[in-house]
Design a binder for this molecule. Structure first.
Ligand SMILES: C[S@@+](CC[C@H](N)C(=O)[O-])C[C@H]1O[C@@H](n2cnc3c(N)ncnc32)[C@H](O)[C@@H]1O
Length: 222
């Protein structure tokens, strides 16, 4: 976590972008750098932001990525988003001040409210594994895009990937954050091991999508 914060020079940068783009409140930046990269990834994918689309986000924190997706990927009034978060942080959030952590949920809802798209967002405030099982039990319509950015423990990321894959449309896109994250010495506390295992096992159903950052992306082919 310390490494991520140092890399992205959080507060000042977030404040600048937040004021200019969203007029929202964010104390942490885990997304601003992707605002310049994702438009090209989605353009190449053939994403039409003006058509009805659906997104599943695992791990939304204060809603920086959520609000960007609402504003830029989900412009159609029938587009929908499901967000899964405990709002309690993960193991890697121990360095986030306790007062900020207690406000994360409130900050998230306040920011989403400011997009004017609150009706498009369903929030499941629970662990991602139980939330994903809930969506599967509901026979939820498949999503066009899944963003995996919740717990960074490989055991959790593996479950998130296996379950959310079942909720991803054939032809849909999945992006996993922090594939190359070096914030923990123990590789089991980072997503890479899980992403490598998942992509090996599901290799016949996915196609790697090149991205110029530390994330990992793939399309579901069948
Ligand atoms: C890195 S943050 C998400 C950042 C956000 N996507 C962004 O770009 O601004 C990770 C989030 O995952 C949540 N989280 C951690 N473990 C989780 C779990 N097992 N289930 C659900 N959410 C979890 C944390 O509460 C935190 O808000």
């Amino acid at each position: 976590m310390a490494k991520r914060l140092a890399k992205r020079e959080t507060k000042v940068t977030v404040g600048r972008w937040a004021d200019n783009i969203f007029r929202m409140e964010f104390t942490r930046d885990w997304f601003v750098e992707y605002m310049e990269i994702w438009p090209e990834v989605f353009r190449r994918h053939g994403w039409d932001a003006n058509a009805p689309k659906s997104i599943l986000e695992i791990g939304c924190f204060e809603g920086l990525s959520t609000c960007w997706m609402l504003n830029n990927l989900l412009k159609h009034p029938d587009s929908r988003m499901v967000c899964l978060d405990t709002f309690q942080g993960g193991r890697e959030h121990v360095s986030v001040a306790a007062d900020i952590m207690t406000q994360v949920r409130e900050t998230f809802f306040g920011n989403v409210e400011k997009t004017g798209r609150v009706d498009a967002v369903r929030v499941l405030e629970e662990r991602s594994d139980t939330g994903l099982l809930r969506l599967l039990r509901e026979n939820h319509d498949p999503f066009d895009f899944v963003y995996v950015d919740g717990s960074h423990l490989s055991t959790d990321v593996l479950v998130d990937l296996v379950l959310s894959f079942r909720l991803l449309n054939v032809g849909g896109l999945c992006i996993c954050d922090d594939y190359l994250w070096e914030g923990q010495l123990d590789p089991r506390q980072t997503p890479k091991m899980a992403i490598d295992a998942f992509t090996s096992i599901f290799s016949e159903q996915i196609q790697f999508v090149p991205v110029i950052n530390t994330q990992f992306a793939f399309n579901r082919t069948r």
